[in-house]
Ligand binder design. Structure first.
Ligand SMILES: Nc1ncnc2c1ncn2[C@@H]1O[C@H](COP(=O)(O)OP(=O)(O)O)[C@@H](O)[C@H]1O
Ligand SMILES: [Mg+2]
Length: 265
């Protein structure tokens, strides 16, 4: 394999749909950087364009939505984003169930992920068990026989992370990975992402609307509002001196909930 990339960037991303016959821009020309060894949080109100941005980074667009413009760069070189999936970029999504093929077992998903990298046989089996252990999936032999519908949301998120590890992709896109989980599982999955990001030196894009998660995990923050990035900075800067109105609103809402918390992470 070639040397792992260290910098994933999207530049001038514009995404649009048509509403009532008129073009409507949903993402209005954004730039975003994800660097290895750092967690970049993409925050903003619901509908601000975070998930579409994540999808564009994977070369995916939902039906009825079109990517008008934008380049994805890997270490400064333009690449077709669809070629990054599973190789350079792994993902964890809000609704993990939909990321799994309902007729395949977890073992089949895992083997497929490794086969894409030319790893099969006993080497594959060894790596599968190691990844499941690393993500805290107990009883791996049993888990590997399950289908997605037989697993809880928390187990599926762990399995997504295990597949991300098997892919050895240097970048992880996590789109609201804990939204559908209960509080205990949220904390566990976040701790897991944090640990894996450090141990594997991943570049993580963490989409969230939870500033508590930002305070805990993020190095850098980009704030999105109505399809634009209205503020970027270190997490410490964003909490200490938010400038844009949407950032101030997010920080104020967080501090209203957790007034006793330290403002700087
Ligand atoms: N398939 C789609 N067709 C039309 N509009 C869409 C589609 N998917 C998302 N949108 C619109 O694009 C905007 C941004 O969506 P999204 O990226 O999902 O927001 P976020 O993840 O920040 O909550 C929203 O206004 C949403 O309604
Ligand atoms: Mg979203």
């Amino acid at each position: 394999m070639s040397a792992a990339a260290g910098h994933l960037r999207v530049e001038g991303l514009r995404i649009a749909t048509r509403r009532h016959g008129q073009p409507l821009e949903l993402v209005r020309g954004i730039d975003l950087d994800i660097r290895r060894g750092q967690v970049t949080a993409l925050v903003g109100a619901s509908g601000s364009g975070k998930s579409l941005t994540c999808l564009a980074l994977q070369g995916l667009m939902p039906p009825g939505v079109e990517c008008l413009d934008g380049r994805v760069l890997l270490d400064g070189r333009e690449v077709a984003p669809a070629t990054l999936r599973g190789r350079q970029v792994a993902t964890v999504m809000q609704a993990p169930r939909s990321a799994f093929n309902p007729v395949l077992t977890m073992a089949a998903h895992a083997r497929e992920t490794l086969a894409a990298r030319g790893i099969t046989g006993s080497d594959a089996e060894r790596r599968i068990l190691a990844a499941l252990a690393e993500t805290g999936l107990a009883e791996p032999e049993r888990v590997l026989r399950l289908h997605a519908f037989q697993m809880s949301g928390g187990m599926l998120q762990r399995m997504m992370l295990a597949l991300a590890l098997m892919s050895e992709a240097p970048f992880l896109l996590a789109d609201e990975p804990t939204t559908d989980l209960d509080l205990v599982l949220q904390a566990q999955v976040l701790a897991l992402i944090e640990r894996l990001a450090v141990s594997r030196d991943l570049g993580v894009l963490l989409v969230t609307h939870d500033m508590g998660v930002v305070a805990r995990l993020a190095d850098h923050v980009a704030v999105m509002d109505h399809g634009r990035i209205v503020e970027t900075g270190t997490a410490a800067d964003i909490f200490a001196s938010p400038r844009a109105a949407p950032t101030r609103a997010l920080v104020a809402a967080h501090l209203a909930l957790y007034p006793e918390e330290e403002v700087a992470p």
